[in-house]
Design a protein around this ligand. Structure first.
Ligand SMILES: NC(=O)c1ccc[n+]([C@@H]2O[C@H](COP(=O)([O-])OP(=O)(O)OC[C@H]3O[C@@H](n4cnc5c(N)ncnc54)[C@H](OP(=O)(O)O)[C@@H]3O)[C@@H](O)[C@H]2O)c1
Length: 349
């Protein structure tokens, strides 16, 4: 079978679509999946470039996000022909003492395509507990665009920020990076929860902001005046500042973010695209009793909740561009240039 893989880390030039042996026989509870669509995450770029804490086993199949058709099933839960999506990680969901625990907090938590084999292959075998029916209102591309970024956004919005649908919430919310898959997932969840006038979004690109502006969200384009404009918005008439900041840009805006937060405000981060160092004057942290919260993906329970909310509220991920599975390099290059507005998808012709 063909798979999108690397034989060593490096650049987009190292990506190959090559033959690998077909996955073997199914064990009880396993399901054989045929690739219909897969979506790129920034993580796939980090993996391609080389992650120091990951021990690669080459050839390494890339990709975490999959929409697939069931080809064969050793589980009564699934039948041949069903359209499914996959939890983008693996774990037994148990602490070392055997007690149940959220998968993404367990020591055996492995993200597909990062520290375990990925899903950008014509066939993948997965255990039934990680497989879910794809929401009917989504196309193959949209279903493949959902798993990793919506799971991450769900944990950030629902668990870390503690926001709920129809909840009365007057605080200001700032989301960075309008073009990003994860930010768009956060914004769609916030909108579906009934929040709008409290939200602001940043981007380097005016075109990416106009989509959200039309939905009634305050927008800021990064430039020389931006931090003053954001400070004015955050301060408002009573100097109230920002209640929640959702970030993945990291170093470049970290000091600004800390200053923007109100007393008791939350900085919720899942990434550091512009750099890994964050300098903080600790007096800001304790005097204003700020909460700095890290977030990585989510548990299987979060994944179920997220899919059921997406289905109920008919959320549709935005597709930036579609590429042929057998010619994936241009998709990776587009993400590297950060020119996409939404998710980059690979489809099997
Ligand atoms: N911990 C987790 O579970 C988790 C899960 C998902 C993602 N992440 C992390 O979150 C980040 C975003 O992931 P993604 O897949 O959504 O990525 P993406 O679709 O590639 O989006 C990246 C966006 O970041 C913005 N950006 C990039 N460089 C920038 C710079 N120098 N200055 C200002 N903005 C910049 C751009 O937004 P504009 O074009 O709008 O300016 C760009 O579109 C990555 O670092 C990823 O590793 C972490």
């Amino acid at each position: 079978m063909k798979a999108i893989l690397i034989q060593k880390t490096g650049s987009v030039d190292n990506i190959e679509v090559s033959d690998l042996p077909q996955p073997g026989k199914l064990k009880s509870g396993e399901v054989r999946l045929k690739f219909l669509a897969g979506s790129l995450n920034h993580l796939d770029l980090w993996v391609l470039k080389g992650l120091p804490r990951v021990t690669y086993q080459f050839p390494h199949i890339l990709g975490a996000d999959l929409c697939a058709e069931v080809l064969e099933s050793k589980s009564k839960k699934f039948k041949r022909g069903q359209r499914v999506v996959l939890y983008p990680a693996k774990s037994q969901g148990k602490e070392l003492n055997g007690k149940p625990a959220p998968e993404n907090l367990c020591s055996d938590f492995h993200i597909r395509g990062e520290n375990t084999s990925g899903v950008f292959a014509e066939e993948t075998i997965a255990h039934k507990k990680f497989i879910f029916l794809a929401p009917k209102h989504l196309s193959n591309a949209e279903a493949a665009a959902m798993p990793l970024v919506y799971l991450t956004a769900w944990q950030m919005v629902y668990e870390k920020a503690g926001l709920r649908p129809k909840q009365k919430f007057d605080g200001k919310i700032l989301v960075h990076g309008a073009g990003s898959g994860v930010s768009q997932a956060i914004l769609n969840l916030l909108l579906s929860f009934g929040l709008k006038k409290q939200i602001a979004i940043t981007s380097r690109d005016l075109n990416k902001l106009s989509f959200w502006q039309k939905k009634g969200i305050q927008t800021f384009q990064f430039g020389s005046q931006t931090s003053d404009e954001i400070k004015n918005w955050a301060a408002g008439k009573t100097n109230e500042k920002v209640s929640i900041i959702f970030d993945h840009l990291g170093e470049k805006f970290f000091e600004m973010n800390i200053r923007l937060l109100k007393t008791g405000g939350k900085f919720i981060t899942c990434g550091a695209t512009t750099g890994f160092e964050g300098k903080i004057d600790l007096r800001h942290l304790y005097f204003r009793q700020l909460q700095l919260l890290g977030s990585t993906m989510g548990s299987l329970a979060h994944f179920k909740e997220m899919i059921s909310w997406i289905t109920k509220s008919k959320i549709t991920p935005k597709i930036a561009a579609e590429f042929d599975f057998y010619h994936p390099k241009a998709g990776f290059a587009l993400m590297e240039a950060a020119e996409q507005d939404g998710k980059i998808v690979f489809l099997r012709p």
